[in-house]
Design a protein around this ligand. Structure first.
Ligand code: GLN
Length: 491
C-alpha cells in the first residue's frame, strides 16, 4: 500500500473496487502488529474507526464522490477528534475526551477521511524528539535506537513505517518539518493564518500552525487543498482564497529563482546532510531553476528569539491547566494552594515546567523589556530578512535539520542541545511564512541509512509554489514508496 497515492486510494473507494472499511482495516492491522515496538500511537479505537469508515462507505453507496474517500489519517494528539481522547501526551489531560472535532478534522471527514488514531508527541508539543511524551517513547523506523524527531514524532513514524497513509501534525518551531526530515516523510507548515487552529491545543499562539505529513508531495498537496482556508471559528485564519496546490503541482520549476542562504549552510550542518541538500539544489537547476547565493543576516538570533516568544506565550496558554479550569486536580489538596501548586507540580512534565518558568520570567516586570519586547523586535528583523530575500528570489532552499536522526537519550540531559535541533526551522515560524520539508536522499551513519530533508521556504501564501518545487526534488532524489527496513523486514 505504500506505493499508492491518497488519490489512488480515494479513487478505488469512489469507484467501488475497495471500501473505506477495507482501507481502514489494512492500516489498523499493520498498527496492531507494529505499534508496540514503534510507539507511534497513543490512542487507537478499532471499533470507532471502522464505524467512521462504514459511514463513508454509506455515503459512497448513496452516490457521493469524495476527494479523500476512505483515506485513513493519523491525528496528532493535540488536535481534537471526537470519540478519541486528547492528551497532548501529558498526564495533565489524561482521560480528557473533547466534545468536538478540530476544524481540520471536520474538513478531512467531510472529504471522506477516517480517523485512524491519535499520535504520540512531546508533551504539549514542546520538544524535538518525542522523548518528552509522558506516556512512552516513539522510535524512528529507520533505526529504532534513534528518535523520530518531534514534536510530531508519532505522526512522522506512523507515516514512515506505513502505519498510516498520512497524518496531521502541528508546527510551532519545526515540529512538522523536523520529524518529517528525520523519518523520510513530507511535512508542510503553512503560512500563519492559512489553516484553522480551532480544536488544536494552544502552545504558542503566534507561531502554531497545523499541517499535513505524508509519504509523498502529491499527498501533502491534496491534504493542503482540503484543510486550508478561512474558518469562522478561528479569527486568525485569512479569508484570502486558497491557492490550491494540486492544479499546478506538475508545472515544474523552469525559470524559478532559488535562494541558497549562506547562514543555513554553516559548519554546524553535517557535511553529508549538506551534500544531499546541495544535490537537491542541482536537481532544481537541472529542471530549469536558477540558484542564487543570498544572506538572511539575522538567522543566528532565531533560536534565542524563538525560545523567548514561544515560552512566554506557553506560560500564558498553559495557565489554564490549574486543576480548576482545566486538567487533573490533585486529589490530596486540602486548600487552594494545594489545588493549584499540587495539580501543576504533579501532572506537568519537567520540560513543560521549564518552559512555563522561563516564559513567566521573560514576561515578568523588569525583564519584559529586556527579553520579551526585545525578542519581538528581533522577530521583525528576521521577517525583514525574508522580505528582502523574496524581492530577489522566489523560494529559499536549505537543510531542514543540521544532522540526521540522533540517538534516543543523546540530548535529553542538555536542553540547549535539544533546542538547537530547531536551528534551521524556527525562523520560518517567527516570520509566519510557509515551509516544507521533502526527503532528498539518505546518509549513512554507523552503517545505517538515515533520511535527510530539504527545506523550501517561500513568501506568505506560496504553498502551491513550494509544493511544486518539492515535487521536483522528490522526483529526482527520492523514492516515496520506500518503507524503512524495520517495517520491510518484519511485515
Ligand atoms: N522543538 C521546538 C520546541 O520544542 C518546536 C516545537 C513545535 O514546533 N511544536 O519548542
Amino acid at each position: 500500500m505504500a506505493n499508492r497515492t491518497l488519490s489512488a486510494i480515494a479513487s478505488d473507494v469512489n469507484g467501488g473496487s475497495s471500501t473505506a472499511r477495507a482501507m481502514t482495516s489494512h492500516w489498523l492491522d499493520r498498527m496492531a502488529k507494529w505499534n508496540a515496538s514503534l510507539g507511534a500511537y497513543l490512542a487507537v479505537d478499532r471499533e470507532r474507526s471502522l464505524a467512521e469508515a462504514d459511514a463513508i462507505d454509506a455515503r459512497i453507496r448513496a452516490g457521493e464522490r469524495l476527494p479523500l474517500a476512505g483515506v485513513p489519517v493519523a491525528v496528532k494528539d493535540n488536535l481534537h477528534a471526537q470519540g478519541f481522547p486528547t492528551t497532548c501526551a501529558s498526564r495533565m489531560l489524561e482521560g480528557f475526551r473533547p466534545p468536538y472535532d478540530a476544524t481540520v478534522v471536520t474538513r478531512l471527514k467531510a472529504a471522506g477521511a477516517v480517523v485512524l488514531g491519535k499520535t504520540n508527541l512531546d508533551e504539549f508539543a514542546m520538544g524535538s524528539s518525542t522523548e518528552n511524551s509522558a506516556f512512552h517513547v516513539c522510535r524512528n523506523p529507520w533505526d529504532t535506537t534513534r528518535i523520530p524527531g518531534g514534536s510530531s514524532g508519532g505522526s512522522a513514524t506512523a507515516v514512515a513505517a506505513d502505519l498510516a497513509p498520512c497524518a496531521l501534525g502541528s508546527d510551532t518551531g519545526g515540529s512538522i518539518r523536523q520529524p518529517a526530515a528525520l523519518t523520510g516523510t513530507v511535512g508542510l507548515k503553512t503560512t500563519y493564518g492559512r489553516v484553522s487552529r480551532y480544536g488544536l491545543v494552544a502552545f504558542a499562539s503566534s507561531l502554531d500552525q497545523v499541517g499535513p505529513m505524508t509519504r509523498r508531495v502529491e499527498d501533502a498537496a491534496l491534504l493542503h487543498d482540503v484543510i486550508a482556508g478561512h474558518d469562522p471559528n478561528d479569527a486568525t485564519t485569512s479569508s484570502r482564497p486558497v491557492g490550491l496546490a494540486i492544479p499546478s503541482l506538475r508545472q515544474g520549476v523552469k525559470g524559478l529563482r532559488i535562494g541558497i542562504p549562506d547562514e543555513y549552510f554553516t559548519d554546524a550542518v553535517d557535511p553529508q546532510v549538506r551534500a544531499r541538500v546541495e544535490a537537491a539544489g542541482k536537481a532544481l537547476e537541472g529542471e530549469g531553476a536558477t540558484l542564487h547565493r543570498i544572506s538572511l543576516p539575522h538567522t543566528a538570533h532565531a533560536i534565542p528569539t524563538y525560545y523567548i516568544v514561544a515560552t512566554s506565550e506557553a506560560s500564558s496558554n498553559l495557565a489554564r491547566y490549574d486543576g480548576v479550569h482545566y486538567g487533573q486536580r490533585n486529589p490530596d489538596a486540602i486548600d487552594i494552594n494545594g489545588v493549584y501548586f499540587g495539580s501543576r507540580s504533579k501532572y506537568l512534565g519537567k520540560e513543560v515546567k521549564r518552559r512555563i518558568l522561563l516564559g513567566t520570567w521573560c514576561l515578568s516586570s523588569g525583564f519584559y523589556d529586556a527579553f520579551y519586547d526585545r525578542a519581538l523586535r528581533v522577530r521583525s528583523l528576521l521577517k525583514a530578512d525574508f522580505d528582502a530575500a523574496f524581492t530577489k528570489v522566489d523560494l529559499v532552499l536549505c537543510p531542514t535539520t543540521p544532522t540526521a536522526a540522533f540517538k534516543l537519550g543523546e540530548k535529553v540531559a542538555d536542553p540547549v542541545q535539544m533546542y538547537l535541533a530547531d536551528i534551521l526551522t524556527g525562523a520560518c515560524n517567527l516570520a509566519g511564512i510557509p515551509g516544507v520539508s521533502v526527503p532528498c536522499g539518505t546518509v549513512s551513519v554507523d552503517g545505517c541509512d538515515l533520511p535527510v530533508g530539504a527545506q523550501l521556504m517561500g513568501p506568505n501564501w506560496s504553498e502551491a509554489l513550494l509544493l511544486r518545487a518539492a515535487y521536483v526534488i522528490e522526483a529526482k532524489c527520492w523514492d516515496p514508496s520506500r518503507v524503512p527496513t524495520f517495517a520491510e523486514a518484519r511485515s
